[in-house]
Design a protein. Structure first.
Ligand code: FES
Length: 163
């Protein structure tokens, strides 16, 4: 099948690739661009393992055609921090044991990042509601919620200190 030329920004870098019209964004990210943070779980828009940020919204990249991401600005978990310089959300997931097998973690963290941008002072209920599209098969939700609330507190304290 003829391939389409695609251009998008991923984690701050302009990237170009070829993809078939039927290809999903998750496959282009992982297989064509080598970005393995977003995982493939259900491929039916239920689990959230494939969550990425696209033009300021959390999307499940298994239900977005790569062609729909033409010109988009995409952030994956790799765009938040790296092993030597963790994002506060990554740090709090580690500190509060917000990961068990780790499979859902990249989707959880990138979704939590958007949630905290939209609501920097969430209640526990807000976090649970905002994260409802991301499933953890280890069912470790308690510590995931704790980690997100702790990250919100850290980020707010840093903002206050900077004022
Ligand atoms: Fe996309 Fe499960 S792999 S929601």
């Amino acid at each position: 099948m003829a391939k389409t030329h695609l251009k998008m920004t991923v984690n701050g870098q302009e990237v170009e690739t070829l993809a078939e019209p039927r290809e999903l964004l998750i496959h282009v990210l992982r297989e064509r661009l080598g970005i393995k943070g977003p995982h493939i779980g259900c491929e039916t828009s239920h689990c959230g393992a494939c969550t990425v940020d696209m033009d300021g919204k959390s999307v499940k990249s298994c239900t977005v055609f790569a062609a729909q991401a033409e010109g988009a600005d995409i952030t994956t978990v790799e765009g938040l921090g790296d092993p030597d310089n963790l994002h506060v959300l990554q740090e709090m997931f580690r500190e509060h044991h917000g990961l068990q097998c780790g499979f859902c973690t990249p989707g959880m963290i990138i979704r939590a990042h958007r949630l905290l941008l939209e609501n920097p002072n969430p209640s526990e209920e807000d976090v649970r509601f905002g994260m409802a599209g991301n499933l953890c098969r280890c069912t470790g939700y308690q510590n995931i919620v704790k980690a997100i609330l702790a990250a919100a507190a850290e980020m707010n304290a840093a903002k206050e200190a900077a004022q």
